[in-house]
Ligand binder design. Structure first.
Ligand SMILES: [Fe+2]
Ligand SMILES: [Fe+2]
Length: 262
C-alpha cells in the first residue's frame, strides 16, 4: 500500500502536506477536463508542475523555510485563482469538465486553508487550544462529509451495499459538522479553557476520523485491485484518508497544530 500518513509534523512536513494536497487536486482535475478545454488543461498542467517542484523541495527539507513558504503561498494562490475562474465558468454553464462544482469549491476551500496556515506560520500568531479544536472541526468535518459524498458520486450505482454504507457515513459526518457549528457559538470567545462538552466532542471526532481513515484505506485497496467499480481517480481515496489522518492528529495533539498555544 503506497499510503503515507507518517509525515513529520515539523514546519517542512506541514508545508509539504498542504503542497501535496493542492498538487493532487490539480492531478485529479487534469483527468476530468474535456478535450474541448485544451487551454484549461495546459494551464492546469503548468500549475501541477510548479506545485510539484516546490513540494519536492519541501519533502527533502531543502532551502530556507521562509522562502519555501513564500513560494508555496504564491503557487497555491495562483492555483486557487485558477480553480475559482473554472468554477465561475461552470456556474455560467461555460465549461466542459466532469468535476462537480461542489468539488471545485472544496478544492478552493482547502487552498484557502493552506494560505491561512502559511499565514500563521509566517506571523508566528497563536490561538487557544479550544479555538483550534473548533476551527479544525468546523473546517475539516465539512470536508469529510464532502469526501464521502464524492466517493458516493464516483462509485458505480451497482455497488448497492457500498453505496448504502457510504451514504450512512456521509450523514454521520454531516451531523458532526452541524454539532461543530453549534459549538462554535455555544463556546464563545475568549476560549481560554477546554470545556468538558468540547472535549467530549473532540474525542468523538478523533474516533470517527480514525474509523473513516481506515474505511477509506479499505476502499482504496478495493479500487486499486479493480474490485470495486468506480470512476474515482487513482489515489483519491489515499488523498482523503490522509486528510482524515491530518484532522484527528490535529485534534489529538493540538499542540502540534500550527499556531496553537501549548
Ligand atoms: Fe484535498
Ligand atoms: Fe479534501
Amino acid at each position: 500500500m503506497g499510503y503515507t500518513d507518517n509525515y513529520e509534523r515539523d514546519a517542512y512536513g506541514i508545508v509539504a502536506f498542504w503542497l501535496r494536497s493542492n498538487l493532487e487536486h490539480g492531478q485529479f482535475f487534469d483527468r476530468q477536463i474535456s478535450h474541448h478545454e485544451l487551454e484549461l488543461a495546459r494551464a492546469n498542467q503548468s500549475m501541477v508542475q510548479s506545485l510539484g517542484g516546490i513540494w519536492q523541495r519541501a519533502e527533502e527539507k531543502q532551502g530556507d523555510l521562509g522562502i519555501l513558504i513564500n513560494e508555496s503561498q504564491q503557487a497555491i494562490s495562483e492555483f486557487r485563482h485558477f480553480i475559482m475562474l473554472g468554477m465561475n465558468k461552470a456556474l455560467h454553464c461555460d465549461l466542459i469538465v466532469s468535476t462537480p462544482v461542489a468539488l471545485m469549491d472544496h478544492m478552493i476551500r482547502e487552498a484557502e486553508e493552506s494560505q491561512k496556515v502559511f499565514g500563521l506560520m509566517q506571523s508566528g500568531g497563536q490561538v487557544f487550544v479550544a479555538d483550534s479544536v473548533i476551527h479544525e472541526s468546523t473546517f475539516w468535518l465539512r470536508q469529510m462529509a464532502d469526501h464521502l459524498a464524492f466517493v458516493h458520486h464516483y462509485l458505480d450505482p451497482t455497488n448497492y451495499d457500498l453505496q448504502d454504507k457510504v451514504r450512512a457515513m456521509t450523514q454521520k459526518f454531516e451531523r458532526l459538522f452541524l454539532q461543530a457549528n453549534a459549538l462554535k457559538t455555544i463556546v464563545r470567545k475568549p476560549r481560554t479553557e477546554m470545556l468538558p462538552a468540547l472535549n467530549a466532542f473532540r474525542q468523538i471526532v478523533i474516533n470517527e476520523a480514525k474509523d473513516l481513515e481506515a474505511f477509506k484505506l479499505e476502499l482504496d485497496a478495493l479500487i486499486k485491485q479493480c474490485a470495486a467499480i468506480t470512476t474515482a481517480p487513482p489515489n483519491i481515496l489515499e488523498h482523503i484518508a490522509r486528510e482524515a489522518h491530518h484532522l484527528w492528529r490535529n485534534l489529538d495533539s493540538p499542540s502540534t497544530a500550527v499556531g496553537t498555544i501549548p
